[in-house]
Design a protein around this ligand. Sequence first.
Ligand SMILES: *Cc1c(COP(=O)(O)O)cnc(C)c1O
Length: 419
Amino acid sequence: MSCYFDINKKLESIAQEAEAKASESFARIDHTARINSEKVLKAFIDERVGDMHLKGTTGYGYGDDGRDKLDAVFAKVLGAEDALVRHNFVNGTHAISTALFGVLRPGDLMLSLTGKPYDTLNDVIFAEKGGSLAEFGIKYDQIDLLPDGRVNFGQIRERARNCKVAYIQRSRGYSLRPSITVSEIGEMIDAVKSVNPTAIIMVDNCYGELVERIEPCDVGADLIIGSLIKNLGGGIAPTGGYIAGRKDLIELCSYRLTTVGTGKEVGCSLDMNRSLFMGLFYAPETVKNAVKTATFASAFFEKLGFEAFPHYGEYRTDIITAIKLGSRDALIAFCEGIQSGSPVDSFVTPEPWDMPGYDSQVIMAAGAFTMGASIELSADAPLREPFAVWLQGGLTYDTGRTGVILAAQRLLDKGIISI
Ligand SMILES: *Cc1c(COP(=O)(O)O)cnc(C)c1O
């Protein structure tokens, strides 16, 4: 029973049943978080992080030991040789773009193995002008996922022979396809390398970090990329992104972020080191809370008669749950409910709007301490078939759970569900 929110009693008891059903999944999630917390702690200790590394620099940032130490700790956690962790990455798209421009040259082929990349990369890859990959003469091709959302290994072996970059998106993005587990990523890498040993395997790792016990570099990925206002920022990093992987490739990416020749040696950390270290330290715990919130949402909404992706008992490789709510009104009510349960901007009513890059209106709920941070409880829904909402985040499980219950309460209040 909630002491502070007006929740229908029957809805509350359905929530408790859902939680009981998810208890096995919760135990697995707790165990993964324990192992990943040890991994992160051990990386701090092995790299001898000291008080001096928490302090920042200004100006050119030469000899910024904190910044260099942060790169080393991230690399260790991610199973990589080196990393480029910077508050200067304005978002995940910027980090991915930097990695693509870092390693691709005119005439090279980028081959996506997981269909069309995330929407925000459209202009980076395809735009006719503005300095896109296309304008620089970099070719692009893609292998679509099979109709059931699985990877097309046959096509990979046939068509990966002459690509410079083989590109994999781990998380589902705005689709209902299954996200790709790290072990499947390993099989894809083996398939590419069997026909093209020098291909650079690049993984968009957004939303996936620390959900499993291994990361794509542990199974042979050459470069992985993500945002710090998602998993690895732990809900504490106020901005930033990372690229991790092979040392020679990280150097090329750093030349693209700063200048050819100076690379990682410059770029002051201002006062960011402490938050970025602390965010990484909290990340296994924060990711655990987000994955539990997502798992609870699947179990709860399945009990309410909806289809959830993934199913509550399924093995997870990212923090997302998509729920097929079936109508425009249901999507709006769900997002209103999530917003009303946010610690910041709870009094705001989200409304559908025409978002650049989308072919339909989108509604979003986000009441976060960090603007747009989707490691915090948030939901987005394009108002079109299949009328599904994508839910992610939750800094603490208990508040994430409350937010999800308030979303269902809103559906009940509007007469969209009956129990
Ligand atoms: C978040 C995300 C990105 C990057 O998006 P930004 O909003 O620019 O950080 C790229 N790919 C996937 C799958 C993502 O989830």
